[in-house]
Design a binder for this molecule. Structure first.
Ligand code: GLA
Length: 411
């Protein structure tokens, strides 16, 4: 049986800008002249569920972006429209934005304005429209792309001076914007996520992976150009539903935080691999309410941070073709110890490997979303075909594919 794998194409910057300008004119009048900005989704190479443990992660920004056209207002009214919600204009007042007060996608937009205002920055109301080619619900951070697009739009429109110019992004200012996006997501949208996605969208660089140290928010830009090595990073959107607002993500985070308390450390980052980990697991076995779960979760986090370091070493040494086993080990750890994989992700990973991928893993929060595979460039079509066939044979919805390259940050 042969299937034609679906590809998720990115829009060019002019195409995205034209779309939101047109939509803005349709919703708010042709005479109005908004500014336009955009921000990327991300895919994480390795370092999963490490960000809220003060660990390391290594995302890249995708060429797929969320676009926004925005015009500041003199009052505190926020009027919002989305191409994904034909005909509707949502209205709310900035003064009314508070934890628990805003539902749905508008929480990600209004939440960023709220978080910036909470910092004492001079943000008021605005009219805005958004459109996006970041696949929604695919674990590629469409919500962080939306937040980051709003952040750079408000920064520019209200003259906050934090983002810097596209030629010279201001990383310190962008760290402040990323923190506001995280507050929007945690406190207004109610998703207890860790901050990797917002940093990737705002602080990544084209042709580089972002080594993010979540202990102090410092970053290093690691050269990442797989094509130069004849390789490709294939992303498989399994189309299996996932949600970060549900309890599974929060439960993982709570177990890690409880384990850190039991161990008397500020975060699991302080647990060193080897003897340190062995001692920590012994202590958790004695002192945890559910020792088996605590041991698995901590073992994942500590080993995953080591894998980030190992992958960065390979990339720095120009040895990306040796990265497959690290991806495989990350997947096994997320599946068996962290228990955040699902059957669609496992099938994607296994069928990609069977078709010749050098390594593969789930990426993002898990429970659905996307997997990544490191593939020789000439084998991309073959791997896509094999994964699509494995999905069809299992009766799963057809997956979608994109070949990810490291693109630039929000501008
Ligand atoms: C989601 C969250 C991130 C991170 C990943 C898992 O993408 O938004 O903060 O925790 O899951 O690595």
């Amino acid at each position: 049986m042969s299937t034609t794998p679906t590809q998720v194409d990115a829009w060019s910057l002019p195409e995205g800008e034209a779309r939101v300008r047109q939509l803005f004119a349709a919703r708010f009048g042709a005479g109005a002249d908004p500014g336009a900005w955009s921000a990327p989704g991300r895919v994480n190479l390795i370092g999963e569920h490490t960000d809220y443990n003060g660990g390391l992660c290594l995302p890249i920004a995708l060429p797929h972006r969320t676009h926004i056209a925005l015009r500041p207002r003199e009052d505190d009214l926020i009027r919002l429209a989305s191409a994904q919600e034909p005909g509707a204009v949502r209205e709310l007042r900035l003064a009314d934005v508070a934890p628990g007060a805003v539902a749905g996608w508008t929480a990600y937009v209004a939440g960023v304005a709220w978080a910036l205002a909470e910092r004492g920055l001079p943000v008021r109301g605005f009219d805005a429209v958004v459109d996006s080619c970041v696949p929604y619900g695919a674990g590629l951070s469409s919500s962080a792309a939306l937040e980051a697009a709003v952040a750079v739009a408000l920064d520019d429109a209200f003259g906050l001076g934090l983002a810097g110019s596209p030629q010279e992004p201001d990383d310190a200012g962008r760290t402040v914007l990323a923190a506001a996006c995280v507050r929007a997501e945690n406190e207004i949208a109610g998703a207890p996520t860790g901050g990797m996605d917002q940093s990737a969208s705002l602080r990544a660089r084209a042709e580089h992976a972002l080594l993010l140290d979540c202990l102090d928010s410092s970053v290093r830009h690691v050269p990442f150009d797989l094509a130069a090595d004849g390789l490709a990073l294939l992303v498989v959107d399994t189309r299996a539903a996932h949600s970060l607002v549900d309890g599974q993500y929060a439960a993982r985070r709570a177990t890690c935080e409880a384990a850190a308390r039991t161990l008397g450390v500020a975060s699991l980052r302080e647990v060193t691999p080897g003897d340190g980990l062995a001692a920590a697991l012994a202590r958790l076995t004695e002192a945890s309410e559910d020792p088996d779960t605590a041991v698995r979760r901590v073992r994942h986090v500590v080993s995953e941070i080591e894998r980030v370091e190992a992958l960065v070493e390979l990339l720095d040494a120009g040895r990306a073709q040796e990265a497959g086993p690290l991806l495989d080990a990350s997947h096994a750890s997320l599946r068996d110890d962290y228990e955040v994989s699902c059957v669609e992700l496992d099938v994607a990973v296994e069928s990609a490997r069977a078709a010749g991928a050098l390594g593969a893993r789930m990426t993002g929060g898990g429970f659905g979303g996307s997997a990544i595979a490191l593939v020789d460039v000439e084998r991309v079509a073959q791997v896509e075909q094999a994964v699509a066939q494995a999905f069809a044979a299992r009766g799963f919805a057809p997956p979608a594919f994109l070949v990810a390259t490291a693109a630039g940050p929000a501008t």
